[in-house]
Design a protein around this ligand. Structure first.
Ligand code: THU
Length: 307
């Protein structure tokens, strides 16, 4: 298992371990996917304060308790992170494990509980945050100067957002985060015929997001585009008005097709369209630029009496 969560604490979180393990795996995977590294893994050890203190003393010559420790396998040149060192990372491939082990993260469970209480958020969110922080350290991120700190903080928040652990009141959805969610959805596309994967993510006024991916079919015409798959997911969940949509294409920037423009127009007042290629920058336009002089629900408001 590329993400190896170990419970090394006597106390148990009443049957929540499996849930927390899945969450921590999701957080690590989100960090890896945001960084663009493949076939990587790490160990996450939920430990006692004594173990964390002992590790801090023996490995770092710091004789004190702390919340999280990170032990990277690979060291990268200062100023670079894993994405700049993919070749270097390949050399760390472990044939016995079957993946590149990025290193170990050790979290003090009592410390995480205390901090969750102090910040007024859930234990899940705090463990997720500590885990993302550590996964990023393992990939070369640091917080020694303000620029590096901001970059690391941004990645932490993007990873927590992908794992649905974000504090939306503190960190409203940004275009970058919405595009990340579209990229994540893109990876789930079913596109064996065109090989062109598309992911979409809709945003509602109250901050809810709904993802979709393209779903192709052997009878080509039955294909569903990512945008309309996202619309189906949203309407099924009771959301029917959107302020933005992000779209990511695998091979190129994927502007919505004509049918999708028309369908998006049905459920928005001129939404923002955030569009880019996976792994590249995105552009932002208004839907009216893509569908000028649209025919929509407004036109039918007056009804037709047939005269
Ligand atoms: N596709 C979308 O998902 N959205 C669009 O707006 C344009 C096209 C998909 C459909 C098909 O699976 C593939 O891209 C190639 O046309």
């Amino acid at each position: 298992m590329p993400i190896d969560v170990q419970w090394a604490v006597p106390e148990r979180v009443e049957g929540l371990e499996a849930l927390l393990e899945a969450l921590l795996e999701a957080v690590c995977e989100a960090c890896f996917s945001l960084e663009g590294v493949e076939n990587c893994g790490m160990a996450v050890r939920i430990a006692s304060p004594d173990e964390v203190r002992e590790l801090n003393r023996t490995m770092r010559s710091i004789d004190s308790e702390t919340d999280v420790l990170s032990f990277p396998t690979a060291r990268f040149r200062p100023g670079t992170t894993a994405r700049d060192n993919l070749k270097r990372l390949k050399r760390e491939y472990d044939p016995f494990l079957g993946y590149v082990n990025l290193g170990d993260c050790v979290i003090s469970l009592p410390r995480a509980k205390e901090q969750a209480e102090a910040y007024g958020h859930s234990l899940e969110r705090e463990l997720g945050y500590l885990c993302a922080h550590s996964a990023l350290h393992l990939m070369g991120y640091d917080h020694m100067n303000p620029g590096d700190r901001a970059r690391m903080r941004d990645m932490e928040e993007r990873a927590l957002r992908l794992a649905s652990l974000s504090r939306t009141e503190d960190f409203p959805m940004t275009d970058q985060m919405l595009f990340d969610l579209a990229c994540e959805a893109m990876l789930r596309a079913y596109a064996p015929y065109s090989k062109f994967q598309v992911g979409a993510c809709l945003l509602t006024r109250d901050g809810r997001t709904f993802q979709g991916c393209n779903i192709e079919n052997a009878s080509y015409g039955a294909t569903i585009c990512a945008e309309r798959a996202a619309i189906s997911n949203a309407l099924t969940a009771g959301a029917n008005h959107f302020v933005a949509v992000a779209i990511a294409g695998s091979g190129a920037q994927s502007w919505p097709c004509g049918i999708c423009r028309q369908v998006l127009n049905e459920f928005s007042d001129d939404m923002r369209v955030i569009c880019g290629q996976y792994g590249h920058d995105f552009e932002v336009v208004k839907l009216a630029e893509l569908l000028p002089r649209a025919f929509g629900p407004e036109q039918l408001k007056g009804g037709s009496d047939g005269e």
